[in-house]
Structures are given as C-alpha cells and as structure tokens.
Design a protein around this ligand. Structure first.
Ligand code: NAP
Length: 332
C-alpha cells in the first residue's frame, strides 16, 4: 500500500488554505490525517475533506506533533513564529508567505522551473509570490530556448490576491453595502490601484520588488526585470502583460510551439476567434494560460505575451501541493 502522510494546513479557513485542502483532495495526495489549523476565531468550524467534516483546530506550539507536511498560508508573522517550531518536530514546512522566500537557506520552488531545489531544504521550502509563479512558468522554457536579456511586466491582479478581506471589500462595494472591512486604501470597485503591498523608499512597491528578486532566485540567473503591479476589480485570477527581450531571434511561431510543449502551460491564442486568456476562464484551474503572442517590432529580438492564472491555485495552493508531491515521490 502507498505510504500516507499527516498533513497540516495552517490558515485552513482562508482563501488559500481552503483551496489547499481542495487541491490535496483533487490530486489524491496520500493524506492519512488532515490537520486544519487557524486562529481561535475559527474554533469549532469544520472543513470538508473527501466528503467528511474535519474540525479546525487553533494553531498552537504543539500543533505539529506527528505532522509530516505543514502547508502554511496564515501570513508572514505566523509563518515566522510557527514554522521553526514545526521543523523541530520533524515536519517539512511549505510556506506560502513572504517570510522566508529570500532566505539563502530556504529553497524557493516552482516545480516546472527548479524542482531539484526542493530537495536542498533544511525543513522549510518557500512558495513564491503568486504573480511571480505564473510568470516564471512561461519565462523558463523561453529562456532555455532564446536566452532572456530583459523582462518588462505589468500586472492586473485579482482582489483574491489580498485574501478574504480583499474579496469582501469588492463584493460590498459592488453591492453598495457597508464595508465588512477595508483592505485597500481606496475603493476597488470600478477602480484600479497601482499599488500592491507597501511602498519602498525607491518608489517601487514590495510586490514589484518580490517579482524582481524572486524571479532571479527561482531561475538561478540574474535576469534584468522591471515591474508595475496593479490591483484590478477582478475575482478569478491575475493577468500580466509581459515584454521579453531575448539574446537570440525568437519567431512567434517558435515561441508558441515551445509554450505548447511547456509543462503547466496552456496556449490560448487565436485572435481571429477572440481567443486569449482571461481570468474568468482561468478561475478554478491549475494551469498558466498564455496568449497574445506577438513580435515586439521596437527591438531586435522581442516578444509580447499575455499571461493569466488563478493566483489562489497555481499562484499558491496548487504550487504548494506540487512541492509536497515532489518530496513525497522520493520519500516512498
Ligand atoms: N491569496 C493569494 O492569492 C495568495 C497567493 C500567494 C500567497 N498568499 C499568501 O498566503 C497567505 C494567506 O493568504 P489568504 O489569501 O488565504 O488570506 P486569508 O483569506 O485572509 O486567510 C488567512 C488565514 O490565516 C489564518 N490566520 C490569521 N491569523 C491567524 C493566527 N493568529 N493564527 C492562526 N491562523 C491565523 C486565518 O484564520 P481565521 O479564519 O481563523 O482568521 C485564515 O485561515 C498570506 O501569507 C498570503 O500572502 C496568498
């Protein structure tokens, strides 16, 4: 019989944590026991796993006794406090927050890009930022083929990237109801905010900095990249307009063929039929969708692309479960 694992989800009542449980179930990850963890506010709640209710427990120092894998999605401060405690119990932590991503001792892994890095862990593996994950899944095969010289990306990011509170603010504003909570500094319904995470002294936002630094760490190369990250009033996923300059010629038909073969990527690109990726279609799916593949006529070797993915899935929950699958395969 296949080995099974005790899997904890820290943040099990959140957007990402709930989806982690769903993806574990859909992927048939060998979960012997699920341990859903959240704050004391969620005590008594239940999550459904394979049709059975499982009680949510309050996260404490002892939550990880006997746990093989802990998928963390309860924010960076919770990860910083509890991940080292979990590691002491021999648990492997896969952390969705930004707490450890740039720590040189912690691998930052996207299974389609740098799967081998997962095995260099010392107890903690970091899941990258959602907008970075969907971009590097596309950049990696193109870098291997043509050598990337520079990337310019502008994002159009779903309110789901800001968790339950972000979704609640948009829903309430659309319904013209009093806000349950205010997540964004301005109205988000019928608006666009060129502002995700905090502003840094250099004028960039932390989200932009994450895309720049995390891409280099995951790809293992110092790719010059600049980013503008933008929140839009959308639920289903993040979209990105990406301009890539290459070392070598990159005919669009070759780019399309390479991406058609790339793991985790689905090309949706038929302008004659108005076919291109959209968040409304990416919602609930695990893949990264790419379209609008066209030559950039302003430079020698340039391509423009449009990339869309469900940030809660591939940008968070799915990527984390894929990392657990990688490790479990070698633990058999
Ligand atoms: N949303 C995305 O697309 C996305 C993508 C990549 C990474 N992430 C990261 O994933 C994490 C969670 O994001 P989310 O969107 O799922 O947020 P969310 O919907 O706000 O959920 C937050 C979760 O954390 C739990 N939590 C909060 N304080 C806690 C505490 N003191 N002790 C234990 N649990 C606590 C909450 O439990 P209660 O319900 O009990 O409060 C809830 O389960 C964040 O670090 C975020 O940056 C999110």
């Amino acid at each position: 019989m296949c080995k099974s694992y005790t899997v904890a989800v820290a943040g099990a009542t959140g957007l990402v944590g709930r989806t982690m449980t769903t993806v574990l179930e859909e992927q048939n990850f060998p979960v012997g026991r699920l341990v859903p963890l959240a704050s004391s506010r969620s005590a008594g709640m239940e999550v459904l796993f394979h049709g059975k209710p499982v009680k949510v427990q309050t996260l404490t120092d002892d939550s990880f006794v006997g746990v093989d894998f802990a998928l963390f999605s309860a924010g960076a401060s919770i990860s910083k406090e509890f991940s080292p405690k979990a590691v002491k119990y021999g648990t492997i932590v896969i952390d969705n927050s930004s707490a450890f991503r740039m720590d040189p001792d912690v691998p930052l892994v996207v299974p389609e890009v740098n799967p081998e890095d997962a095995f260099k862990h010392h107890g903690i593996i970091a899941n990258p930022n959602c907008s970075t994950i969907q971009m590097v899944v596309v950049l990696k095969p193109l870098h291997d083929a043509f050598g990337i010289k520079r990337v310019v990306v502008s994002t159009y990011q779903s309110v789901t990237g800001a968790g339950k509170k972000g979704v609640n603010q948009l829903e309430d504003e659309i319904a013209k109801k009093p806000l349950r909570e205010k997540k964004f500094p301005h109205p988000i319904a019928f608006n666009i905010l060129p502002h995700i995470d905090i502003f840094l002294p250099d004028g960039y936002t932390k989200e932009e900095q994450k895309m720049i630094l995390e891409t280099k760490k995951i790809m293992g190369v110092d790719i010059p990249l600049t980013a503008t990250t933008v929140r839009v009033p959308v639920f289903g996923g993040h979209s990105e307009a990406v301009n890539i300059e290459f070392e070598r010629p990159c005919p669009p038909e070759e780019v399309r063929a390479i991406l058609n073969r790339a793991p985790g990527v689905i090309v949706e690109d038929d302008p004659s039929k108005n076919i291109y990726p959209m968040p409304i279609n990416a919602y609930g799916k695990n893949e990264v969708f790419v379209g609008r593949i066209r030559k950039d006529f302003s430079i020698a070797n340039g391509i423009n692309l449009w990339i869309v993915s469900d940030n809660v899935r591939k940008g968070a929950a799915t990527n984390a479960v894929q990392i657990a699958e990688l490790l479990a395969l070698r633990m058999k």
